[in-house]
Design a binder for this molecule. Structure first.
Ligand SMILES: Nc1ncnc2c1ncn2[C@@H]1O[C@H](COP(=O)(O)OP(=O)(O)OP(=O)(O)O)[C@@H](O)[C@H]1O
Length: 653
C-alpha cells in the first residue's frame, strides 16, 4: 500500500480563522488509495484525483488543482505541498503554486466570485450526471412507443376521456360566450342621484327595463370614469367629425357611419354591437333601482325636462348570459353531490352476480365433514330438479334455508355446491350490499334481485352474512335497514307456490336475526353447519390435498393432521394445506413433506414466529442469568431441545 501525506504550508494561510477552518478540514480529509491513482475525498466538495507518478501533483487533475488554488478555506492558497511515497519506496515532493495572486483588494473580489463559482460548480456537478441520464432515457424513448402508450391509454379510458373532453369543451364554450358577450358594467347609483340629475337637467337619455326594476340613464356630465373610458376607447381614436365629447357610443357610431358613408346599415349595427361589447365605455353610464309608487313622479319629471325616455325588454344575449351564469354557479357546488348520487345509483343498479350452472365448479363432492347439512340441502336440489314429486303429497318447496354455524365451516361453499348440483341459475349477494346511503335504495335492490330470480326460475338466491340486514327491527334509528328488511320479508312472502326460487342465507349470529325472518314460510329450514369431527377433518383434508403432490401417503397425512387439529374448521384445514405447499415451494422442494405440514400446523396454531430459536434462546439466556429458573418451572432444556414440539406431535415424527 503506498502512502502519501498532505502538508500544509502555514505561510499560505492568511488568517488564524482560515487556519482553523483549514485544519479542521484537513482532519476530515479522507484518503482513498487504489492501483495507480489516489483520490482525495473532501467530504463537502467531492473527489480530487491525483496521479502518483513522479510528477505527483503536476499530474493532478484540473479539479484538484482548482480545489487547491481556489482555496477550500475561504482564501486562495498560496502554496500546497504533497509528499507521495510509492509502493517501491520512491518518494516525490511537489508543490503547487497558486494560479491566482494579487493584493488584498483583489482577494476580496476573488472571494465573492469564488463563493458563487463554487456554488455553481457544485450544482453543475450534481446536475451533469442527471442530465446525462435524462438524455440517455430520452434516446431510448421512441416516438412510436410514446404514441402507442397514448393510444393504449385512450383505449383503456375511452369513457373517461370522452366525458372529460366533453365537459372541458362545454366549459370552454361557456367561457368564450361569456367573454364575447361581456359588456362593461354601468355604475350603480342611488335613486336619489337620478332625481338630482333629472332636476339639474344633466340627464340625456333614460331606459326603463321591462320585467325588472332597473333604470339606465346617461348624463352629459364628464366624470373621471368617462374620461378614462374615452382615453381607452377605440371610438375616440378614429378621426370623427361632428361628434360631441359626451355623446354616447351609439351616437358616435351613427356619426361615424354617416361621415364615412361607406358602411352599410348592417355593418354599422355589427360594429355598434362589437364596439359596445369590446370598448370599455358602457352603453349606459348609470343604473339604479326603481322605487315603488314613484313612477308617476319620475315620468312627470322627465316629461317636464323634455328628456328622451323609453322602455325595452332585456336583450336576449343578456338574458342568456344571466341564465348561463346562474346555471354554472348552481352546478359547480352541486356537481360533487351529483357525482356521489350517480355513484350510489350506479352501484345500486348493478345486477346481482349471477352464476350460470356451467360455470359452477363446486359440487357436493367438494364439501365434506358436514354430512347432515349436505343431506338437507340435497333434498332441496332434488326438489328443484324434479326428482322428488313433493307436490303429489301436497308439500311445498321450502322457500328459505338458513345455514347457521361458526365462520369457515363451509356455509358459502355448501350454497355454491347446491347451485352447482341443481344446475340452476345462482344469484349470490352479500347482505351488506343492501346497506345503502339513501333510504329506499336497499329495498329497491332487494326487489330487483328477486324479480330477476323469478324471471330465471328455477333459481337459487344466496344471501351471505344475513345478519347485516336481517337484524332485529326497532333497535336502531336506521330507517333504511328496517325498510330493506321489510322488503326482504315481503319478497319471501310473495313467492308464488310454484315459483321455484329458493333463498339460502348464511349467518354466524342467528340470535341477532329478526324473529319474522325465521318464522315458518320464510327461513323455515335451519341447517346447522358445525365444526367437523376427526373423521370430517380427514375428509376435508382429503378434498384439499387432491391436487397436492405429497412425499408420503395422503391417507397417512390426513390421519396425522386430523388427529392434531381438534377444533379446526374447513377454512383452517384449507389454509394448512396451502401453507404447507407454500413452505415446500419456498424450500425449492418438488413435493410437500411431513415437516412442511407440521410447520404449517404450528403456524396456524401459534402464528408465524421464530419457533426454533426464540423459546430456546430466551430460555437459555434466562437460564444463564437465573440458573434456578428451569428447575422452578419444572422444565429442562434437554427436553426442549429434543423432539418434543409445542404441539406434542413428537410421537409421530
Ligand atoms: N366442509 C368443507 N369442505 C371443504 N372445504 C371447506 C369446508 N368448509 C370450509 N372449507 C374451505 O374453507 C373456505 C371458506 O369456507 P366458507 O366461505 O364456505 O366458510 P363460511 O362458513 O361461509 O364462512 P363465513 O361464515 O365466515 O362466511 C372454502 O372456500 C373451502 O376452501
Amino acid at each position: 500500500m503506498s502512502s502519501f501525506s498532505v502538508v500544509c504550508n502555514s505561510g499560505f494561510l492568511a488568517t488564524q480563522h482560515n487556519l482553523g477552518v483549514y485544519s479542521g478540514k484537513i482532519k476530515s480529509l479522507r484518503r482513498y488509495s487504489y492501483s495507480s491513482h489516489t483520490s482525495f475525498c473532501f467530504p463537502s466538495v467531492g473527489f480530487y484525483n491525483c496521479c502518483k507518478s513522479s510528477q505527483c501533483l503536476l499530474g493532478c487533475n484540473n479539479r484538484f488543482r482548482r480545489f487547491l488554488n481556489g482555496g477550500i478555506v475561504g482564501a486562495p492558497l498560496l502554496s500546497f505541498s504533497v509528499c507521495c511515497k510509492s509502493r517501491n519506496g520512491a518518494s516525490c515532493n511537489s508543490e503547487i503554486r497558486p494560479v491566482m495572486s494579487g493584493n488584498s483588494g483583489d482577494k476580496e473580489t476573488h472571494l465573492g466570485k469564488r463563493g458563487n463559482g463554487k456554488l455553481r460548480r457544485r450544482s453543475s456537478l450534481r446536475l451533469r450526471p442527471r442530465l446525462r441520464l435524462l438524455a440517455l432515457r430520452l434516446k431510448r424513448v421512441s416516438l412510436r412507443s410514446v404514441l402507442n402508450d397514448v393510444v393504449m391509454f385512450l383505449r383503456k379510458n375511452i369513457r373517461r376521456v370522452t366525458l372529460s373532453t366533453l365537459i372541458s369543451f362545454v366549459l370552454g364554450m361557456c367561457y368564450l360566450f361569456l367573454k364575447l358577450t361581456a359588456s362593461p358594467s354601468t355604475k350603480v347609483v342611488p335613486y336619489s342621484d337620478l332625481i338630482t340629475s333629472l332636476q339639474s337637467g344633466s340627464v340625456t337619455k333614460v331606459l326603463l327595463e321591462e320585467g325588472s326594476r332597473r333604470i339606465y340613464y346617461n348624463t352629459n356630465l364628464q366624470g373621471p370614469d368617462t374620461q378614462i373610458a374615452e382615453e381607452k376607447s377605440p371610438v375616440v381614436s378614429e378621426p370623427v367629425e361632428n361628434v360631441e365629447v359626451n355623446q354616447p357610443v351609439e351616437d358616435v357610431a351613427n356619426t361615424v357611419a354617416k361621415n364615412s358613408g361607406a358602411r352599410t346599415g348592417q355593418a354599422v349595427n355589427v360594429w355598434k354591437k362589437f364596439s359596445r361589447s369590446q370598448s370599455s365605455i358602457p352603453e349606459w353610464q348609470f343604473s339604479t333601482r326603481k322605487i315603488d309608487h314613484d313612477e308617476k313622479f319620475l315620468l312627470s319629471l322627465m316629461r317636464e325636462k323634455g328628456i328622451t325616455y323609453s322602455s325595452a325588454p332585456q336583450s336576449p344575449l343578456a338574458s342568456m348570459r344571466n341564465i348561463l351564469i346562474t346555471v354554472i354557479s348552481l352546478w359547480i357546488p352541486l356537481s360533487p353531490l351529483m357525482w356521489l348520487l350517480y355513484r350510489q345509483l350506479s352501484a345500486a343498479n348493478s345486477p346481482a352476480k349471477k352464476r350460470r350452472p356451467n360455470k359452477q365448479m363446486v359440487g357436493f363432492d367438494d364439501v365434506e365433514g358436514v354430512d347432515a347439512a349436505k343431506v338437507e340441502l340435497m333434498e332441496i336440489v332434488s326438489c328443484l330438479q324434479g326428482a322428488i314429486n313433493y307436490k303429489k303429497l301436497g308439500a311445498k318447496l321450502p322457500r328459505g334455508v338458513l345455514l347457521v354455524g361458526p365462520p369457515g365451516t363451509g356455509k358459502t361453499l355448501l350454497a355454491r355446491a347446491v347451485a352447482g348440483e341443481a344446475g340452476v341459475p345462482f344469484f349470490t349477494v352479500s347482505a351488506s350490499e343492501f346497506v345503502e346511503l339513501f333510504v329506499g335504495r336497499g329495498a329497491a335492490r332487494i326487489r330487483d334481485l328477486f324479480s330477476a330470480a323469478r324471471k330465471c326460475a328455477p333459481a337459487i338466491i344466496f344471501i351471505d352474512e344475513l345478519d347485516a340486514v336481517g337484524g332485529k327491527r326497532g333497535r336502531s334509528f336506521n330507517d333504511e335497514r328496517d325498510q330493506t328488511l321489510n322488503q326482504l320479508l315481503t319478497e319471501m312472502d310473495g313467492f308464488e307456490s310454484d315459483a321455484k326460487v329458493v333463498v339460502i342465507a348464511a349467518t354466524n349470529r342467528p340470535e341477532a336475526l329478526d324473529p319474522a325472518l325465521c318464522r315458518p314460510g320464510r327461513f323455515s329450514r335451519k341447517v346447522l353447519v358445525g365444526e367437523p369431527d376427526e373423521e370430517g377433518r380427514r375428509k376435508i383434508l382429503a378434498v384439499h390435498l387432491r391436487g397436492i403432490p405429497l412425499e408420503e401417503d395422503t391417507q397417512l397425512i390426513c390421519d396425522l393432521v386430523a388427529s392434531l387439529t381438534p377444533g379446526f374448521v374447513g377454512a383452517d384445514l384449507a389454509n394448512i394445506v396451502n401453507e404447507a405447499a407454500l413452505l415446500a415451494a419456498r424450500g425449492g422442494s418438488e413435493t410437500v413433506t411431513r415437516e412442511n405440514i407440521m410447520e404449517a400446523i404450528e403456524r396456524a396454531k401459534f402464528g408465524i414466529n421464530d419457533r426454533q430459536q426464540r423459546p430456546n434462546t430466551i430460555s437459555k439466556e434466562l437460564g444463564k442469568l437465573f440458573p434456578w429458573m428451569p428447575s422452578l418451572m419444572g422444565r429442562n432444556d434437554t427436553k426442549q431441545d429434543g423432539l418434543q414440539g409445542p404441539m406434542g406431535y413428537q410421537t409421530l415424527s
